[in-house]
Design a protein around this ligand. Structure first.
Ligand SMILES: C[S@@+](CC[C@H](N)C(=O)[O-])C[C@H]1O[C@@H](n2cnc3c(N)ncnc32)[C@H](O)[C@@H]1O
Length: 450
């Protein structure tokens, strides 16, 4: 038998992918996870870590390459932790995402559903939000993204997945920060000013927001703000967000407008949305429109229906559905997002929408007590999925349909399994690639009460 040992070199054929896009080769029944390899490739690798149930390996050479292997298009790919699967071409990325959904839904949850082909789209320069950490190392300003599993920044001047307008602004701000000798935050000493630069834009870059996230409220950004406005007339909003906590959370609770408006405006499926710095907004405009359209098609709404839009963010899904339904009830935990959702309803002349601030698992049971009824519920939780109390109250509401949008197949399968044990059945799940070049996977499904 082939005992697995650290630092030993092995050869094998990649059998499958892990949920985070690593290849799996089994040696002595033990799965070894290896990055930057494709399914069916024969590779040689060195074992770098052995745990009781699994191990990690490092790719040494590819003996038989997959036809779907590509040279990573980004020059920083092997240092930067932002993307994980640039060695796969578009087709293989779609295969990996579909197979991960399949393994979760049909393997782990045992639901035996049809898993549709992954819906793909533009796979470069798509991200409309960039959150760029800033540090000073040996007196030099560095801006970029973290190395995998670390807080060291890879200093970059170009990111392949953020919009090119963001690359431009990032480099411009960097030059100005150096020129102005702006105080930079030191996370070990918890002192210094600038922590992150955030850039967000609408679909055609006609409105861009720049956010300086700072430790404390000292404003050292007057001249940079002025220079930004002169160079980029489409920057409609410059914000200083204050975060003086010792934390990995990027945004603090207070924002001050340095220039222009508090928000930028974007259009999704013909509706307009105001987006403020702290509110959630999907990062890939083209794919979000496809995702929402699939959700709407699955919902197949009619004019006399009431819908509940849970985890509603700034109201996007419910509001794109609004003209088709009698009433919308939204639930969302971030206060500014709820304010945005109300404002967005007004902006689109929609009078049939009400929003509740609070955790879905707290608000939904309260709504149940008031005897609320709904024909359909949209569910779009964060990665950790739904709280059991929320699912229980959702089941109590007894909607005919639940349209579930998920950014984590692991929690989607758990929640779908629970719903299927309580009378809700789906037929299929559609993976939508909202995050090309990365391991992240979005999926949408519709469950019907049987
Ligand atoms: C994946 S986003 C979806 C937002 C929106 N549906 C969209 O498509 O833009 C999840 C949203 O749930 C909110 N959220 C997180 N935990 C929550 C909870 N326990 N209850 C209600 N909302 C929550 C987040 O603030 C975020 O706006």
């Amino acid at each position: 038998m082939n005992e697995l040992r650290k630092n030993e070199v092995y050869e094998g054929r990649v059998e499958d992918y892990s949920h985070d896009g690593m290849g799996i080769i089994k040696i002595d029944q033990k799965p070894v996870f290896i990055g930057d390899v494709l399914k069916d490739e024969v590779i040689s690798f060195k074992v770098i870590q052995v745990k009781s149930k699994f191990a990690f390996g490092k790719l040494l050479s590819v003996k038989e390459a997959s036809k779907n292997r590509q040279t990573p298009p980004c020059e920083y790919y092997y240092q930067c932790g932002g993307c994980q699967i640039q060695v796969m071409n578009k087709e293989e990325q779609a295969n990996f995402k579909r197979s991960t959904v399949e393994r979760n839904i049909n393997g782990l949850a045992g639901l035996n559903l049809e898993i549709k082909e992954t819906i793909t789209g533009q796979d470069s320069y798509y991200r409309n939000k960039s959150q760029i950490p800033v540090q000073k190392i040996d007196g030099n300003l560095v801006m970029g993204f973290y190395r995998p599993r670390s807080h060291d920044i890879v200093d970059i001047d170009h990111c392949y997945i953020q919009k090119d307008s963001h690359n431009d602004i990032m480099n411009f701000v960097k030059g100005k920060l150096i020129e102005e000798n702006t105080s930079i935050y030191d996370e070990v000493k918890h002192e210094g000013l600038l922590r992150h630069l955030v850039i967000r834009s609408n679909h055609d870059d006609s409105e861009i927001q720049v956010v300086f996230i700072t430790n404390g409220k000292r404003n050292e950004f007057l001249s940079i703000t002025k220079a930004l406005k002169e160079k980029y007339p489409n920057i409609k909003s410059v914000i200083q967000n204050i975060n003086d906590e010792k934390t990995n959370v990027i945004f603090g609770k207070r924002s001050i407008v340095l220039l222009g408006q508090e928000y930028i405006t974007d259009t999704l499926l013909g509706k307009e949305f105001k987006i403020r710095d702290r509110s959630f907004y999907q990062v890939n405009h083209e794919q979000t429109e496809k995702l929402y359209q699939i959700a709407l098609d699955l919902a197949d709404l009619s004019a006399d229906e009431t819908i509940i839009d849970t985890y509603s963010g700034i109201g996007t899904i419910g509001l794109v559905a609004s003209k088709k339904v009698k009433k919308i009830i939204g639930i969302e935990v971030v206060d500014t997002a709820v304010e945005d959702a109300k404002e967005n309803a007004r902006l689109n002349g929609i009078e049939n929408a009400d929003y509740y601030l609070g955790k879905a698992e707290a608000v939904m049971p309260k709504l149940v007590k008031t005897g609320v009824s709904a024909d359909l519920v949209f569910v779009d939780p964060p990665r950790k999925g739904c709280h059991r109390e929320f699912l229980d109250s959702l089941i109590e509401v007894e909607p005919k349909k639940i349209v579930y949008i998920s950014c984590n197949p692991g929690t989607l399968q758990r929640d779908m399994k629970y719903l299927s044990e309580h009378g809700y059945k789906a037929k299929s799940v559609v993976p939508v690639d909202l995050f090309p070049q990365t391991k992240h996977i979005e999926a949408v499904t519709m469950l019907e009460r049987v």
